[in-house]
Design a protein around this ligand. Structure first.
Ligand code: E4P
Length: 218
């Protein structure tokens, strides 16, 4: 399973990259706004700065919701760097745009996926990744992990090559459950990634080892 970090914060991206476990980055307009990035050129520059940190897979989302606008924006984003994956919303024009980008050899991430049906049509259009939002489903009392499992099963049965990129991940348990369900990628905040490191018995055990070593060695 690949690990992406879900942020536009350069320090957090650097920290995750330095851990040696990072395969990519996802952003969205809300995450870009949170970092105070606005204006077309600043946005393009920021994506370039992210590309300069990581090895591959930087999802950059289009703002347009019409086909022509998405093509225009997506081509501009893709021209920034080969690492860019154009993120397109799950709407009718988005599906047409994904087909266009796929035929042009531009990778895509179909975002705002909340059902297996949406996952099927995005795969038919040739999306490289689809992003089911598990946390937002959990928030309204639907089981986000169950959706990941369902989509992974359908893609396996049908032989779709589109990768399931579990998004809207809120904690480390989500990551473990996504791994169990067979998600190809998980994108999550830094806290969920570093949370995987923690166990109180590890801390207790290490403290004991160090104390015993100190006692024996003076
Ligand atoms: C990433 O691709 C998504 O945009 C993101 O994971 C959404 O997360 P949220 O539901 O926590 O905003």
């Amino acid at each position: 399973m690949q690990f992406f970090i879900d942020t536009a914060n350069l320090d957090q991206i650097r920290e995750a990259h330095a851990l040696g476990v990072l395969d990519g980055v996802t952003t969205n307009p809300s995450l870009m706004a949170k970092e105070g990035i606005s204006g077309e050129q600043n946005i393009l520059n920021h994506y370039k700065a992210i590309c300069d940190i990581v090895d591959d897979n930087v999802s950059a989302e289009v703002i347009s919701t019409d086909y022509e606008g998405m093509i225009r924006e997506g081509e501009k984003l893709a021209a920034i760097d080969d690492k860019i994956v154009v993120k397109v919303p799950m709407i009718k024009d988005g599906i047409k745009a994904i087909r266009y980008f796929t035929d042009k050899g531009i990778r895509t991430n179909c975002t705002l996926i909340f059902s297996a049906g949406q996952a099927i049509i995005a795969a038919k259009a040739g999306a490289t990744f689809i992003s089911p939002f598990i946390g937002r489903l959990d928030d309204i009392s639907f089981d986000g992990i169950e959706l990941i499992q369902q989509i992974v099963d359908i893609y396996d049965i049908q032989g779709f090559e589109t990768q399931v990129l579990a998004a809207s991940v809120r904690n480390s348990l989500h990551i473990v459950k996504c791994a169990e369900a067979g998600a190809h990628v998980v994108t999550c905040p830094l806290s969920a990634i570093t949370g995987l490191l923690n166990h109180p018995l590890t801390d207790k055990g290490l403290a004991q080892f160090l104390a015993d070593h100190a006692k024996a060695n003076g």
